[in-house]
Design a protein. Structure first.
Length: 45
């Protein structure tokens, strides 16, 4: 999931709840931080 985030343009996150946290926390669901990052990249506004 983490590497897919990179492929989508996400950088590492400082939030331990994020799949984009640099150290694997075993997360398999996107956090609000991850979703906000994707919205910032892909929003149409």
């Amino acid at each position: 999931m983490h590497e897919l985030g990179h492929a989508l343009g996400l950088a590492h996150s400082s939030s331990r709840d994020s799949v984009m946290y640099p150290i694997d926390q075993g997360k398999s669901e996107l956090s609000s931080d991850d979703l906000a990052g994707l919205r910032a990249i892909y929003s149409r506004s």
